[in-house]
Design a protein around this ligand. Structure first.
Ligand code: ADP
Length: 493
């Protein structure tokens, strides 16, 4: 969606905003993503761990029960072996009472089977005479006493009864349901589920709050940036103090960007209003001058000449402003590189002095030129010459008649130094940093008289910066000003 927006100064800009639905991209809130990630990494492992723990406890209980039942079966089978139960009818009642007691005490069922797997005795009384070809019974008869969990959840433990000559004559089979184990596990499981639910609810609440803490500032920043993209540069993201993290840093950076944008926007507006104002003044003069001739009848020729002369100088002034503006615009277009060539700075400087000497002479200012070294540097001669001319021109302009202006050229093994010192009016300390601003003048009225555009130092500054140099001002009001320019001898282009 493209929107045309009118900024305060009436300029029409087109802002390209992202469509909410862009093709197939789906908007998934960062908050839900965070919640989802939390859920996967926090809750699912918790559930798995609880499940595994319950399972292990159950397995442990079952194993213990198997061992216990096998031990009991062994005790009974030992007693039956020694009492010769299977072969001696006399011992039956005593032994059966003993087995019944064990069965009742332990709440399990005991069956005694003979070598053909037929039930000889059953504490449940139901299956006497039946044949049980259970794998546990067969294994016990063959070689090994076994306890195993059945599909129905019960445990069968089978221990062999020994006959004569160490043969296996029968089997004691204990059958025990695992109801009590299941009850215990169920209980533990229920308690674990309640605890788990409480933990999950707690974790979800923490996730919900923390994801809000994370995403709220991001949302507020998005709102701010959207507002800024609509031209409201005064918008700022709210930064809550107390905690500090990357998101707070992001909000701070966002606000700094807003500050910068606001500054650029306001300086742009200021610039436009300055340009209009600067051009309006000479235009008004032209208008007044021309109207006063047009409205008068029988204007004498001398007046025509005088007024046309004034009009001409106002036009010159406008031309100067526009030329300076064009120079600045060209310097601002950084993609147009400077035309660096080896320049003989001594010759360039001597030329500048020669050109400005008449200006100084007209004000009876002594313009001195001192070259301390032979210096050649990589520079764009035309632009650098204009930049230095502006400095010498200012020195002459802002020095009263009879004053002095001294220009020097020096160098070390890396830099060239050009200084322009005058005995002029100087610049107030608090204004020194502002003189490179476009259209900035210390004293507006006086500068109208001196004819400056207020752009000269902006041009000089931009040019020196493009030469990777620096410019410093030392000034004292009523005493004079020194401007020191430093540029590198070699440009690494
Ligand atoms: P202008 O065209 O008005 O001279 P500049 O950009 O060259 O514009 O200079 C900006 C302002 O800085 C001037 O208006 C003046 O007030 C002050 N200035 C510059 N050079 C000097 C100087 N050598 N001595 C005193 N003031 C100066």
């Amino acid at each position: 969606m493209n929107r045309n927006i009118s900024l305060q100064n009436g300029e029409l800009v087109t802002i390209l905003t992202k469509e909410k639905k862009q093709g197939k991209t789906r908007f998934i809130s960062l908050r839900w993503l965070l919640l989802f990630a939390y859920a996967i990494t926090g809750i699912i492992p918790l559930l798995l761990m609880t499940g595994i723990m319950l399972r292990s406890v159950q397995d442990y209980f079952e194993e213990e029960r198997k061992k216990e039942l096998l031990r009991q079966a062994n005790v009974i089978s030992g007693q039956l072996t020694s009492s010769d139960y299977l072969f001696d009818g006399q011992e039956h009642t005593d032994m059966e009472e003993l087995i019944l007691e064990a069965s009742q005490n332990n709440d399990f069922r005991v069956l005694v089977l003979d070598s053909s797997c037929m039930v000889v005795y059953d504490t449940g009384y139901e299956d006497v005479g039946k044949t049980f070809l259970l794998p546990e019974v067969v294994e016990a008869l063959e070689n090994k006493d076994t306890a195993r969990k059945q599909k129905n959840g019960a445990i069968y433990a089978a221990a062999s009864i020994m006959g004569a000559n160490k043969t296996r004559a029968g089997v004691v089979l204990i059958a025990d349901g695992l109801a009590d184990v299941q009850d215990t596990i169920g209980n533990v499981g229920r308690k674990a589920s309640i605890l788990l639910l409480a933990i999950i609810l707690f974790v979800l609440a923490v996730m919900f709050v923390s994801s809000k803490v994370f995403t709220e500032p991001v949302k507020s920043m998005i709102r701010v940036i959207q507002k800024m993209s609509e031209g409201h540069f005064e918008q700022r993201a709210v930064i809550k103090t107390g905690i500090h993290n990357e998101i707070v840093d992001l909000a701070i950076a966002c606000n700094q960007m807003a500050d910068q944008l606001e500054k650029v926007e306001s300086s742009r507006q200021q610039f436009v209003s300055n340009v209009s104002h600067e051009l309006k003044t000479p235009l008004s003069s032209v208008k007044v001058l021309s109207e006063s001739i047009l409205l008068q009848e029988d204007v004498p020729k001398e007046m025509y000449v005088e007024f046309l002369h004034d009009i001409n100088s106002e036009v010159d002034r406008m031309t100067a402003i526009i030329n300076d503006l064009l120079t600045l615009v060209k310097l601002d277009q950084k993609e147009i590189p400077l035309n660096f060539q080896e320049v003989d700075l001594n010759a360039m400087m001597a030329d500048i002095i020669k050109r400005l000497q008449p200006l100084a002479a007209a004000k009876e200012i002594s313009l001195q030129w001192e070259e301390l070294k032979e210096v050649s540097a990589d520079a764009d001669e035309m632009k650098l010459s204009l930049a230095i001319s502006n400095l010498v021109d200012n020195a002459v302009k802002y020095t009263p008649e009879g004053g002095e202006v001294k220009v020097t050229l020096d160098a070390d093994h890396q830099h060239a130094f050009i200084s322009v010192t005058d005995t002029g009016i100087g610049i107030p300390e608090e204004e020194v940093n502002r003189i490179f601003e476009r259209f900035y003048r210390v004293d507006k009225t006086r500068d109208r008289e001196t004819g400056g555009t207020g752009l000269g130092l902006s041009i000089t500054h931009a040019t020196i910066m493009m030469h990777n140099g620096s410019i410093k001002v030392n000034s004292k009001e009523e005493e004079g000003t020194t401007i020191l320019v430093r540029i590198p001898l070699r440009q690494n282009v």
